[in-house]
Ligand binder design. Structure first.
Ligand code: ADP
Ligand code: MG
Length: 298
């Protein structure tokens, strides 16, 4: 028997490196008329590196001590920024102390206790929310300075007091700009960028790939709200993301697509399709495959 068009499209998508989970999904991919892309791990490669280590004056910590505390707290996390911090500590041969009470908050950061001290590592804007003491002011200025160069600033606090920051940089995927342009012509609108990262880093990267609509410093539920807003306006939204923080938006979208290589288990399970080959350009390719199959079906 000849294979039904949607099934051969699934097989074809597989050859392009995209796992499409059902015939219904294969069909829906071609209906998409708006795309929302995550930043870290989606438009970027997702293998960020620590470029600066800045203990704050008065913290009593040197670079190695700051990195040791942060890496110990980040060790259990699967977030790309956590891996960057742990790798930086490993490259310097630092021994990581044992931790207790690990916790992580998507879009915010991690916390753990080391020798009875509470360590938090995460987004400066979230961790500094309500403080105006000298340490916090100094930390906010340093964060801003690091972010102005388009990098992600990560803050470390001990018992709630800021002790230092890292700057972390990630490379744009080589096919990011071409994929954005291709998605714009397929759907009739340029994709939008949804990120938990700071607005300065997000805007810089968006300018580079040709995206105007940037929503930054979003918590997971804010990504969902952005998707729902578009769907209420009658759009069929595809979300492409990799993180635990993207999972609610992947579920809320008309079609959710997860980046497979560095993607979190939750994102892979929630998504309707998974990019296995780790090339962003496969996203417009499967939209085109779906449209072709749909023409054959009707
Ligand atoms: P994105 O939406 O760009 O993929 P996330 O929502 O995963 O980013 O993260 C948003 C921000 O939260 C990060 O830029 C970082 O500041 C902070 N963050 C989240 N998880 C961690 C972590 N494990 N370590 C440090 N910072 C974190
Ligand atoms: Mg991400």
């Amino acid at each position: 028997a000849t294979m039904p068009p949607l099934l051969s499209a699934i097989a074809n998508a597989g050859r392009h490196g995209v796992l499409v989970k059902s015939a219904v999904v294969m069909e829906r991919l071609g209906q998409v008329d708006a795309v929302a892309l995550d930043k870290t791990g989606t438009l970027t490669e997702g293998t960020p590196r620590v470029t600066d280590i800045r203990p704050l004056a008065g913290s009593g910590l040197n670079e190695g001590e700051l990195l040791t505390l942060a890496a110990a707290a980040e060790h259990p996390s699967e977030h790309p920024l956590a891996r960057a911090v742990v790798d930086a500590a490993r490259e310097r041969g630092l021994d990581l102390p044992a931790t207790d009470d690990f916790d992580s908050k998507p879009g915010v950061g991690v916390s753990a206790s080391v020798d009875g001290r509470a360590i938090a590592v995460g987004a400066p804007a979230r961790l500094l929310e309500r403080s105006s003491d000298a340490h916090s002011v100094l930390a906010a200025i340093t964060a801003r300075e690091l972010e102005d160069s388009g990098r992600t600033a990560v803050l470390v606090t001990v018992d709630g007091t800021p002790v230092g920051l890292f700057a972390i940089a990630d490379r744009l995927r080589i096919d990011a700009t071409a994929t954005v342009a291709c998605l714009a012509s397929l759907t009739g609108t340029a994709p939008m960028l949804l990120t938990g990262d700071n607005a300065r880093a997000a805007t810089r990267l968006a300018d580079e790939v040709g995206i105007d609509d940037v929503r930054a410093e979003l918590l997971p539920q804010h990504k969902v709200e952005a998707v729902k807003e578009l769907e209420h306006a009658g759009r069929r939204v595809m979300v492409v993301g990799d993180g635990v923080n993207d999972a609610p938006a992947l579920a809320a979208a008309h079609t959710g697509v997860a980046m497979g290589r560095a993607g979190s288990d939750l994102a892979l399970e929630t998504a309707d399709a998974v990019i296995v080959r780790d090339e962003l350009r496969t996203v417009p390719a499967v939209i085109a495959l779906s449209r072709r199959a749909r023409r054959l079906v009707v």
